[in-house]
Write a protein that binds this ligand. Structure first.
Ligand SMILES: Cc1cc2nc3c(=O)[nH]c(=O)nc-3n(C[C@H](O)[C@H](O)[C@H](O)COP(=O)(O)O)c2cc1C
Ligand code: SF4
Length: 360
């Protein structure tokens, strides 16, 4: 049997195979951030389709952290009841589901988040064309507390674990990046200081939810930006996270203003599949916790090669599972050996993610 269909443990949780649905914002919550029937249907199909670990789209831990329309909220206890419907649906299957918790930082707009977007430092964002407001020390402490509260809500809702979104230029990744974090206090400067927010959140969630409640991270491995986060920093960061008790690391990269984000368009040759896997392999060599390989993985053969060669322990995919939520089952049954996704990026549909190619 292929290694891809063997189980693996992430902290205290057993995942039935090596396939991960990478966090994917679905534009399907209601306008207030509540979970809807459409989302329950989406997650049930992914579980029925045998995705081992499903990571939800990013849920915002503060109202100011809302990145997109119809984003799921986790910033108040009132969301717990609705959120609980997701694990209740998914955990009827062997699949496990983690909630991704996030704050948009400066990558949002006033009309979405209801305030001047915030950032570790006031560094102009050429994509949203705004100058964010620098967070005060007490606001950073509140941010940590709100991430920890969100983790507690995820646990109460029945999620098998959480993922901290520390990638793609959102707030946690902008603390890690020397480009967006130019602070001279305990939250900025050397990596130990830039990492403090993420490490404090990790410590807080583990204290609140118990050491065995799985906390994983999606980590930028590079910002692709002069003066931004480097792979060397990311490798050190991974070691710090491991020492802090992180249960797994999903390796991503990119930042909108670098002109090179995380969702690369265009089909790649099989040799080019897994555009962040080289970085994942570097991080995997430095830690013992499971590492997820990511980025344009489309074929069963490439997925198998990545795990068998020890470059990553799990395979994350987003767009292929928008194209076909049953892809993993089809792989297992031998009904498919590659995703039909052509990486055209037309699935970013504000009325709800869907594959535009299928509608043609
Ligand atoms: C519609 C869409 C929404 C996404 N939303 C998120 C998100 O909420 N959080 C996140 O970490 N990444 C998000 N991503 C990035 C994916 O998780 C993934 O890292 C990226 O698409 C590369 O994987 P792929 O080539 O398999 O699609 C999103 C991607 C797409 C296409
Ligand atoms: S629209 Fe369909 S084919 Fe295009 S990237 Fe999205 S899932 Fe893939």
């Amino acid at each position: 049997m292929s290694i891809l269909f063997t189980p693996i443990t992430i902290g205290s949780v057993t995942v039935p195979n090596r396939f991960v649905r990478s966090a994917t914002h679905d534009y399907m919550a209601d306008d207030a951030g509540n979970v809807t029937d459409r989302q329950i249907q989406l997650y049930s199909r992914l579980a029925e389709g045998e995705v081992g670990l499903i990571i939800t789209g990013h849920a915002n831990v503060q109202p100011s952290g809302k990145a997109s329309p119809r984003q799921t909220g986790v910033f108040d206890d009132r969301f717990v009841e609705g959120l609980a419907r997701i694990p209740a649906a998914v955990h009827q299957f062997p699949s496990r589901v983690f909630l991704q918790i996030a704050h948009a930082g400066r990558q949002t707009k006033e009309k979405l988040c209801g305030c001047v977007p915030v950032s570790p430092s006031a560094v102009y964002d050429p994509v949203s064309k705004l100058m964010p407001r620098e967070l005060a020390d007490d606001e950073i402490r509140l941010l940590i507390a709100d991430f920890v509260s969100a983790g507690g809500r995820a646990k109460r809702a029945g999620f098998a674990g959480i993922q901290l979104h520390a990638a793609h230029g959102y707030l946690l990744s902008s603390f890690l990046s020397p480009h967006t974090n130019r602070r001279a206090d305990e939250w900025g400067g050397p990596l130990e200081n830039r990492a403090r927010v993420v490490l404090e959140i990790l410590r807080g969630v583990k204290a609140a939810c118990g050491r065995d409640y799985p906390v994983i991270v999606k980590l930028n491995s590079t910002d692709f930006l002069e003066g931004g986060l480097t792979l060397e920093d990311a490798v050190r960061m991974a070691r710090m996270l491991e020492a802090g008790g992180i249960d797994a690391i999903e390796v991503s990269g990119g930042m909108a203003e670098a002109g090179r984000g995380s969702v690369w368009a265009g089909l790649r040759s099989e040799a080019e599949e897994g555009y962040f896997v080289d970085n994942a392999a570097r991080i995997k060599a430095a830690v013992r916790v499971p590492v997820f390989g990511l980025g344009g993985i489309r074929t069963l053969a490439a997925a198998e090669r990545i795990v068998e060669s020890g470059r990553a322990d799990l395979i994350s995919m987003s767009r292929p599972l928008i194209r076909d939520p049953f892809l993993v089952k089809h792989f297992r049954e031998g009904a498919a050996s590659r995703s039909a996704c052509i990486s055209c990026n037309k699935c970013f549909n504000p009325r709800g993610i869907s594959c535009a190619e299928l509608k043609k």
